[in-house]
Design a protein around this ligand. Structure first.
Ligand code: GCO
Length: 459
């Protein structure tokens, strides 16, 4: 039995948890909210496991007081959530919805009353259907509508909310939503995927400019989900590994932090990247106050049997395919690779000299441990979180400037195309009764926050 020693984090390190609007709110047609692309996608036959959708989700919309009390009981110092664009501007562009704005005012007031710092994300994939109908982020006009939305959020909430991120995991929305079609809006069109990858970043740059014009003193960032690309088993072609790294990682960090897309990716993309216009990437590279990093796992790939295209979520990458899960993995089938977390953060620090302070905006694991007599013994989730917090501290001790950690997720919730089967919550949700039950991991995390670090842990 090996022992992991007790460890402490920097005294000013902040501890939180994260969620997203479509995954927890429900009330999709209430108080003026209009459909998003995920409403349409989840109601399209065959797109989401078990025919699940976000119509009710965790019904957070009607339980916000109790849920914020739950956050306070766990000692959360900060809470990352997303604002549903279709709840505050129902068609995405013409008019604000006062009832939708009022609900977020209530959430923010409750958080502040409990001493919990709000950290909203403006876009967590729930694009108003009214904008998808005019091409969504494939249409360059949507970039301007997003900047208008961002300015309204800064105007409306910027007096009490300082820390904002513009986009959550733009790679997912671009390439799962328009490359593989595994996410909303469900397209399989490589040029659309690359166009959306670009237009989201352009929208990010314009939104940062717009928010700073509305309010001084905002702390603005973007949330990226980098992964190490690791070849295992049958060795993959190093050039293709590098290209996946370019699409998954460097595209986002190079553009936002250096003002240029990676030349190798632009070359490989050719006309797929026609949407990029002169001056765009300079607009994208607005100075940032912080960088959000969502980390879950290393991406494991191997050489495919032929030189064809095997991964539509990585357009133009040939002869390479996902590697079957050989490592121990979570219920998502994701490998558990904490060393990759340290490695990735140190790499980002070394590759981007102007990298702003980092917040880990998501990290967590899906396991479906049952609730028995009001308790849920989720030792595997605790072990995952413990391992990754230790890996995070290793990066901090190597000099990476990490200021905080948001566990994914506070509640079991709608896990996109996988529906409600995949449970990431430190709090269990019974989706029949909507009863919340803190798991052992919630109690463990509460103690981590109170202690400012990790207890001894036995393997
Ligand atoms: C993401 C999203 C979350 C997911 C979580 C588990 O990172 O994919 O931000 O909405 O639910 O990561 O997949």
């Amino acid at each position: 039995m090996s022992q992991r020693p007790a460890l402490r984090f920097p005294s000013d390190f902040v501890w939180g948890a994260a969620t997203a609007a479509y995954q927890i709110e429900g009330a999709v047609a209430e108080d003026g909210r209009r459909p998003s692309v995920w409403d349409r996608y989840s109601h399209t036959e065959g797109k989401v496991a078990n025919g699940d959708n976000g119509d009710i989700a965790c019904d957070h919309y009607h339980r916000v007081e109790a849920d914020v009390q739950l956050m306070a009981d766990l000692g959360l110092q900060t809470y990352r959530f997303s604002i549903a664009w279709p709840r505050v501007i129902p068609d995405g562009r013409t008019r604000a919805n006062q009832a939708g704005l009022a609900w977020y005012h209530r959430l923010i007031d409750l958080l502040l009353e409990h001493g919990i710092t709000p950290c909203p994300t403006l876009f967590h994939w729930d694009l108003p259907e009214g904008l998808e109908e005019i091409g969504g982020f494939r249409n360059r006009d949507t970039v301007s509508w997003f900047a208008d939305y961002a300015a309204l959020m800064a105007q409306e909430f910027g007096d009490r909310v300082t820390m904002w991120s513009t986009f959550n995991e733009p790679w997912c929305y671009a390439y799962l939503g328009h490359g593989s079609g595994a996410h909303a809006p469900g397209l399989r069109d490589p040029k659309a995927a690359v166009t959306v990858a670009h237009h989201q970043l352009l929208a990010h740059g314009l939104a940062v400019q717009a928010m700073r014009s509305e309010r001084d003193g905002l702390a603005l960032g973007i949330v990226i989900n980098p992964s190490n690309i690791v070849s295992e088993g049958v060795e993959a072609d190093e050039a293709e590994i590098r290209m996946i790294d370019g699409i998954h990682n460097r595209w986002w960090f190079d553009a936002t932090l250096t003002g240029a897309y990676p030349a190798d990716v632009i070359e490989r993309y050719g006309e797929l990247a026609d949407a990029v216009q002169p001056g765009d990437v300079e607009t994208i590279a607005q100075p940032l106050d912080w960088m959000g990093i969502n980390y879950y796992f290393d991406i494991l790939v191997q050489q495919a049997a032929d030189r064809g295209l095997h991964m539509p979520e990585y357009p133009a990458v040939v002869g390479t395919e996902p590697s079957p899960m050989r490592a121990v993995h979570t219920d998502m089938g994701w490998p558990i690779t904490p060393a990759g977390f340290t490695e990735l953060l140190v790499r980002l620090r070394d590759d981007y000299p102007n990298l702003p302070p980092i917040y880990i905006t998501e990290n967590g694991a899906a396991y479906d441990d049952p609730v028995v007599d009001g308790r849920c013994h989720d030792e595997r989730r605790i072990d995952y979180l413990d391992l990754h917090l230790r890996a995070l501290l290793d990066a901090i001790e190597e000099g990476v400037d990490v200021r905080g950690y948001y566990q994914w997720s506070l509640l079991d919730n709608f896990e996109w195309a996988l529906g409600y089967d995949k449970r990431f919550g430190i709090v269990h949700v019974d989706f029949d009764t909507l009863e919340r039950t803190p798991r052992d991991s919630a109690l463990w995390y509460r103690d981590v926050i109170a202690r400012g670090g990790l207890p001894e842990h036995s393997d």
